[in-house]
Design a protein around this ligand. Structure first.
Ligand SMILES: [Zn+2]
Length: 172
């Protein structure tokens, strides 16, 4: 079992031997990283450590665009990298099975890949990513109505229901 002090030390040192053993989530940015991320390292009091990408996502974090923690070195198909990149730039995107097929992607393949590597389906990931982006915007002071439409919800009540199912609290 790694202690927080060990993980923080590895994070600052960008120690490659810790790759895959933990993920570092930064409270101030809402982003989570691999230990070896090249981005500037956060202060210790702003970091939360998670063993899996799933835990970080379920705690409201989005993947870092510098170290791409959802991609596995040399094991991530190109089409998945592209989809993750698109979602990273615009969390309001929703790739349904139909959209995936239009892109020439087999929905069952991507579902399996996500489940196998991140413990959630691709659709669940997209939903979490949207709500996590919204969570950060609201925390930064953006109003709830604008946030809901900004991240692609069609109604405020739908947004509130999703938020409640994930964070356990209502927005209003
Ligand atoms: Zn990073």
């Amino acid at each position: 079992m790694l202690s927080e002090a060990q993980m923080y030390k590895a994070l600052v040192a960008k120690d490659v031997s810790f790759e895959g053993s933990f993920f570092a989530a930064v409270k101030t940015t809402g982003i989570f990283c691999r230990p070896t991320c090249r981005a500037r390292k956060p202060k210790k009091e702003n970091v939360e450590f998670y063993k899996t990408t799933r835990e970080a996502i379920l705690h409201g974090y989005r993947p870092c665009k510098v170290c791409n923690p959802l991609e596995l070195p040399n094991q991530t198909p190109e089409y998945i990298k592209l989809l993750l990149h698109e979602l990273g730039s615009d969390p309001s995107l929703k790739f349904k099975d139909w959209d995936l097929r239009q892109k020439g992607v087999d929905p069952s393949k991507i579902r399996r890949w996500f489940l196998q590597h991140h413990g959630i389906t691709f659709h669940a990931y997209q939903r979490m990513h949207r709500i996590n982006s919204a969570f950060k915007k609201i925390r930064d002071g953006m109003d709830i109505t604008n946030t809901a439409f900004d991240v692609g919800y069609e109604s405020l009540s739908g947004f509130n229901d999703s938020f409640k199912s994930i964070f356990g609290v209502s927005l209003f």
